[in-house]
Design a protein around this ligand. Sequence first.
Ligand code: AN7
Length: 387
Amino acid sequence: MGGFTCSRCGDLLEFTRDQHLAYAGLVSGSEQLGVWRYAKALPIDSGTPHVTLGEGGTPLVPSVFIAKSRKFKALRFKNEGQNPTGSFKDRGMTVAVTRALEAGARTLICASTGNTSASLAAYAARAGLRAVVLLPAGKVAPGKLIQAAAHGAKILKVDGDFEKALGIVREVAAADDRIYLVNSINPYRVEGQKTAAFETYEQLGRRVPDYVVLPVGNAGNISAIWKGFEELREWGITKELPVMVGVQASGAAPIVEAIAERAESVEAWAEPSTVASAIRIGNPASWKKAVRAIRKSGGTAISVEDDEIMKARDELASKEGIFLEPASAAPVAALSHLRDLIRSDDVVVCIGTGSGLKDPETVKLDPKAMPKVNDAPSLRNLLSRNI
Ligand code: AN7
């Protein structure tokens, strides 16, 4: 159902809006926090039924331990892992699948490093539509694969990386009106994902953060969140904009490279590699929008090593009580590199894009090392040894 690119310039299509929404017009007062609270800012007809599982409305959790150890006074985590399928993808998927139904689509398709496929599978199930997902063979975290299977998606594998899979589904969907593509090149996805900006603004007591730090893979989310903040400013709801900081793994960092070299375009990396499988992407489809967001906001893009990512993931889980997947911990890994840029009392929001439960193989767990307790005395004995 269309390739979502402009027939004249070849760029990705995006929604522009000429109507201006005051704050009172943006939020539907009766709606709780979540994507559809901002229905007036979404390109869906008011009479169309929403395909919804209660996405968005995720908590903005103040950091205690990491804030103190990195010397940030106002650091917060937007825990997108608390979405219905455990990632931010649900924000865009509720809008894209609602649109698919509105447009009469029957088959929904995506390429994915995992989370998009899990989300599509759930929303397609909800809508009674067929879901087909194309995944890089052997490279998707098991929790995500299990979600796609449980929700009844048809799972297909490709020998190669995410970009090969995306190339194939783009080609097929562009040429077939019955097949609707829901990767983030689909502008309806971007519209849903921009609501994370609106929510953050509300949760901070109607102000924008000074910095938004988030992982970047295919670069849809950084573009979407920036769009949300830009709209708030265009509508006169706020005068400020945040500085956007994109974080990539050092083995998959084409945007970091382009920003560092002040390049006009992003050069694809042939063999991306990182433990953070969600962002193992060497040729980001939305690179142009992401680079524009970073530059316009006065921001930057930085890369972090895999061991820094894993350390941040472990710290978040064991010291803050927030269990995120490796990709989602990359912004926290980046914080120590940002000390020169960010002042200690700046309001910093790290987007925790997805739940750690999806990627259990990256957690060290040795059942043999767990002491066995079959009676109260042995438990008392162990506790007295301060285990
Ligand atoms: C947890 O699911 O690309 O920069 O196919 O799952 O918008 O791509 C996932 C990406 C960050 C990067 N954090 O977002 C997919 C997919 C998590 C993710 C990203 C992804 P984009």
